[in-house]
Design a protein around this ligand. Structure first.
Ligand SMILES: [Zn+2]
Ligand SMILES: [Zn+2]
Length: 470
């Protein structure tokens, strides 16, 4: 990790924009360049030097060139400069937005004020946000329309958690029992910053769809509603960042393949006529039956499923009986089954049902199995991951990090059921002190990560304008 200050020689936003416009005019003719909303205060801390993006991924064959012929390179370079200028001028805004959202958290599907806050900034930037049918969250398109091909979608989640904050920060939550302990305040800020940085450019190499998604923290998640509202129509790929307090600020972690896991809930309710423990043959021994399932189901799953899929079944609660000499009439077992493999996720429910049936049939105990499917794993596709990696490298030579697969779930996976895409982990650890986990009441993040996030998401878009490698 390395810190660099702002480049003293950096061009002003106006100069950089003028350069984009000039390059574009040379290639395409007149534009309608307009001023950005820029009304923010001065700079904040930031990472990276705004390297001009160069293609390094093998998959850039689909890259679009907004300028034809010889001026493509200069358009790309000028866009990169325009991004850096925006960051230099607005990093302080990012911090202010994040603190405003942080101080005013809203629970899933009640993010009305947050939605309005985002919409007002997008509108001020000349964009046309559309609030989703549920009344919270919004989508907003930027850049060329469908004539330029399908869009790239960038997604942020905007909801907070039902958790009391104990950070002691000056901008801590003002809402009792509600806080942004998962970093969604940062995700929202980063996507808003990306939107404004991109909106000030006279043109973009590819159309962009911004998705400010409500209700990520609940099941079923808001991603399902966003997809149902048609947000994935005309979208080619989708990308997202999530804060990672185990990763130092300035770094962004990504991997090809599964980055989160599927997590389903299994609940088994059993019943028996009950009876005396001296005469189990005259009834159905419910405790014995539960014992069979407690050990039998995880054990048999581990013998039926490829261990390389990171599939694990663990019970979290069990209850039955009171007296030492009475066979109880009812009992309950509940637990989770997780997997990092998408194909395995589809097999789990029928396999669990089959095994439970086989284990309980000889005992005579009746049961009801409530199997609740959670979210699929987030599986990063290779091409999207390479696009992400190229964008991450613009932050600095040490920025790209590996990241392990998490056992947690993320409803971003519902978008990946529709189109390919990738999620990366944004380092938010300051490098000093405890590495707090997400969903902890004391969770906080290093705000230098905000500019890193804007740079990465913006460069995913701008990277589409890079020349196709030979
Ligand atoms: Zn969370
Ligand atoms: Zn989250």
């Amino acid at each position: 990790m390395s810190t660099t200050g702002r480049s003293a020689a950096r061009a002003t936003s106006a100069e950089a924009l003028a350069r984009v416009a000039t390059a574009r005019v040379a290639a395409q003719g007149p534009t309608h360049a307009s001023e950005g909303p820029g009304e923010g205060p001065g700079p904040g801390p930031e990472y990276g030097q705004g390297a001009v993006r160069r293609p390094s991924a093998p998959g850039y064959a689909t890259a679009r060139q907004s300028a034809k012929g010889i001026s493509t390179e200069s358009v790309v370079s000028a866009r990169a400069e325009a991004l850096e200028s925006w960051l230099a001028e607005h990093t302080g805004d990012l911090v202010q937005w994040r603190r405003h959202i942080h101080a005013n958290p809203e629970l899933s599907r009640t993010e009305f004020a947050t939605t309005e806050f985002i919409a007002s900034w997008l509108t001020k930037a000349g964009l046309t946000p559309q609030v989703l049918p549920g009344g919270t969250g919004l989508i907003c398109d930027i850049g060329p329309g469908l004539e330029a091909g399908p869009r790239i979608a960038l997604r942020a989640d905007i909801d907070a958690l039902p958790l009391q904050e104990f950070t002691g920060l000056g901008f801590a939550s003002t809402v009792p029992g509600v806080s942004h302990a998962c970093g969604h305040d940062a995700h929202t800020t980063i996507l808003l910053g990306t939107a404004l940085a991109l909106a000030q450019m006279p043109d973009l190499p590819v159309g962009v769809r911004l998705i400010f998604q409500p209700a990520e923290e609940v099941m079923p998640g808001g991603a399902i509603d966003v997809v149902a509202a048609g947000a994935m129509a005309d979208v080619e790929r989708v990308f997202a960042l999530h804060c990672d307090p185990r990763l130092a600020v300035g770094k962004v972690g990504i991997r090809v393949g599964a980055i989160t896991s599927a997590a389903d809930t299994v609940e088994l309710v059993l019943d028996s006529p009950g009876g005396h423990t001296s005469r189990p043959h005259l009834t159905s021994d419910l405790v014995y039956a539960i014992g069979s399932v407690i050990t039998g189901l995880p054990g048999l799953l581990s013998r039926r499923i490829d261990p390389r899929t990171s599939t694990v079944m663990v019970w979290g609660a069990v209850s039955a009986g009171k007296a030492p000499n009475a066979i109880p009439q009812t009992g309950m077992l509940t637990g989770t089954v997780r997997t990092g493999d998408h194909a395995t996720w589809a097999l789990l429910e029928p396999m669990v049902r089959e095994i439970v049936e086989g284990l309980l049939a000889p005992t005579g105990v009746r049961y009801q199995l409530n199997y609740r499917r959670g979210v699929p794993p987030v599986v990063n596709d290779e091409h999207s991951t390479r696009m992400f990696e190229d964008a991450i490298k613009t932050v600095g030579p040490q920025a790209l990090a590996d990241t392990p697969q998490s056992g947690g779930g993320e409803d971003f996976s519902w978008y990946l059921e529709q189109v390919p895409g990738a999620m990366a982990r944004l380092g938010v650890w300051s490098g000093e002190g405890d590495q707090l986990d997400l969903h902890q009441p004391t969770f906080d993040l290093d705000e230098r990560a905000l500019a890193v996030g804007v740079r990465v998401l913006s460069n995913i878009v701008l990277g589409q304008g890079n020349p196709t490698p030979a």
